[in-house]
Design a protein around this ligand. Structure first.
Ligand code: ADP
Length: 495
């Protein structure tokens, strides 16, 4: 069996594929292994899915290679664009089911899951639009030669995605890879394989030729490692932890020097100056850390507040965090659901204990929410010093650290004192302050008077140890093409 009937509280019964999606077919893993998928709200098993091991990675890569060298080459850019747009329309048509599956498997609130699925559709449509706009250039070097460049696809792309935005990361990776004419073997995160499998049926329905998009479920150390070390994978794109990012780069270097793009961790600063609208700033600070239960690589987890408003800010922010509704993610007004897994729950609780031990002030939270599921109270630590673990390390949960600052110069130094550089934000009504601080921050994104407002038209990615390359926007296309120079002699030989 490669599918099973499941139920969600909002959409009722649906058909959940459980196989590996290779060559537009549902297959079992060669080794016959399966693994259980857990509902983080109840800690119960949802179903089991087939697990890809090295042999399945080989089969999927061979399918992607065959498609790349064969039928996919003959598909015109315009047709590629149409396929992506068609897929986007099918995603939109199935928004309720896809969102419910995401909520079931990942635990994010149904409202946020619907937002994710809408963003998936937007992203695929956007890259569909790019497919027939990938151009090279003519370079005039001298009258006796005619030279031009072409942007060609890289080939078979391995793509490894995390569990925090299972379907959105799927779209961020597939969109630019397909728009530029590559083929894909995607490994989803072992914690959250379900929504991508449902979407795989839509890939087939949209009309993609077999082998162009292959989707496998499996573990990082087995299927992920096999993909990143594979000799016939031309490029690997990874989103996840910095630790694993380093391993992927080593595998690429140790195998065939496949091209690598990485979107890794963060410990992003969120700076609040005392000249602005405090309630507005609090709303964005709250959203910056507690959106998606803090499970965002760009989460605004280091909050620097100017001394003039510090006490008032901490008190008001506490009230705001307490108003976030935590609980059943299938209820329409829930803001925060459970963390994704027992492992993540334990890691986060470990950091909370550490923060208490190191002497930071618990303003609110600091404990489990309820007694079933991986729920954690929104947690605010104040008076956090730079040397504390909770100020330095990525927690990836609903936990933030606040510290006081006096001057602009001081806060820029504090904000940049991290090995990460993914995102940042400044809250101020002074235009000059906003621009000066934005220029000084060493981060791939600076939000001014907002937070977490990603958009598929805007590039996203990391400075420093937060990554290599950019996702989204036109920038992501460069990750998936290589430049070919063709230079033609128009005159007689000179040597
Ligand atoms: P987290 O610790 O938050 O789960 P990871 O970086 O471990 O984040 O996981 C992100 C993705 O990377 C997942 O799909 C996971 O299976 C995969 N992964 C984990 N370890 C490896 C590895 N050694 N090689 C390749 N992929 C891996």
């Amino acid at each position: 069996m490669t599918s099973i009937k499941l139920k969600t509280p909002t959409t009722g019964e649906y058909e959940q594929p459980t196989g590996l999606f290779i060559n537009n077919e549902w297959v079992k893993g060669v080794d016959g292994k399966t693994f259980e998928v857990i509902n983080p709200s109840t800690e119960e098993v949802i179903c089991s899915v087939h697990e890809a091991t090295e042999k399945d990675v080989d089969i999927a890569v061979a399918a992607a290679r065959k498609a790349f060298d064969g039928p996919w080459r003959k598909v015109t850019p315009e047709q590629r664009g149409k396929l992506l747009v068609k897929l986007s329309e099918l995603i939109e048509k199935n928004i309720d089911t896809l969102a419910a599956v995401e909520t079931l498997d990942n635990g994010k609130s149904i409202a946020m899951a619907k937002g994710d699925v809408a963003a998936v559709a937007g992203c695929l449509r956007y890259y569909g639009g790019w497919a027939d706009k990938i151009v090279g250039s003519v370079v005039d070097t001298n009258p006796d030669t005619f030279s031009y460049t072409k942007q060609e696809p890289i080939g078979v792309c391995g793509q490894i995605i995390p569990w925090n935005f299972p379907l959105l990361m799927w779209a961020w990776k597939i969109g630019p890879a397909i728009a530029t004419g590559n083929t894909v073997v995607m490994k989803t995160a072992e914690q959250t394989p379900l929504s991508a499998l449902v979407a795989a049926n839509l890939v087939k329905e949209a009309g993609f030729p077999p082998g162009v998009i292959n989707i496998i479920s499996g573990f990082g150390k087995i299927a992920g490692a096999a993909l990143s070390a594979h000799m016939d994978v031309d490029k690997i794109a990874f989103t996840g932890s910095t630790v694993v990012g380093r391993q992927i780069m080593k595998s690429a270097a140790g195998s065939n020097l496949k091209k690598v793009t990485l979107e890794l961790g963060g410990k992003s600063p969120n700076i609040v100056f005392d000249d602005g609208d405090i309630e507005n700033a609090i709303s964005w600070v709250n959203f910056g850390i507690f959106f998606n239960h803090g499970q965002c690589c760009c989460a605004g987890s280091r909050i620097y507040v100017q001394e003039g408003i510090y006490d008032k800010f901490v008190e008001r922010f506490k009230a705001r965090a307490l108003a976030n509704k935590v609980g059943d993610p299938f209820l329409a007004d829930t803001f925060q659901g459970p963390q994704v897994s027992q492992l993540q729950y334990d890691r986060i609780m470990g950091y909370i204990q550490e923060g208490k031990k190191e002497g930071a002030t618990v303003v609110t939270g600091g404990a489990r929410h309820g007694d079933k599921g991986y729920f954690i109270q929104p947690t605010i630590f104040a008076d956090v010093t730079e040397d504390m673990k909770i100020m330095q390390e990525e927690i990836f949960g609903p936990v933030c650290s606040i510290a006081k600052f006096k001057t602009e110069e001081e806060v820029i130094k504090l904000a940049n004192s991290t090995t990460y550089g993914l995102a940042s934000a400044v809250h101020t009504t002074n235009l000059n302050t906003a621009l000066r601080v934005s220029n000084a921050l060493k981060a791939g994104t600076v939000w001014v008077n907002q937070y977490n407002m990603l958009h598929h038209q805007l590039p996203f990615g990391g400075f420093k140890e937060s990554g290599i390359g950019r996702e989204l926007g036109e920038a992501a296309l460069h990750n998936y093409t290589q430049t070919k120079t063709v230079s033609i002699r128009l005159a007689d030989a000179i040597f």
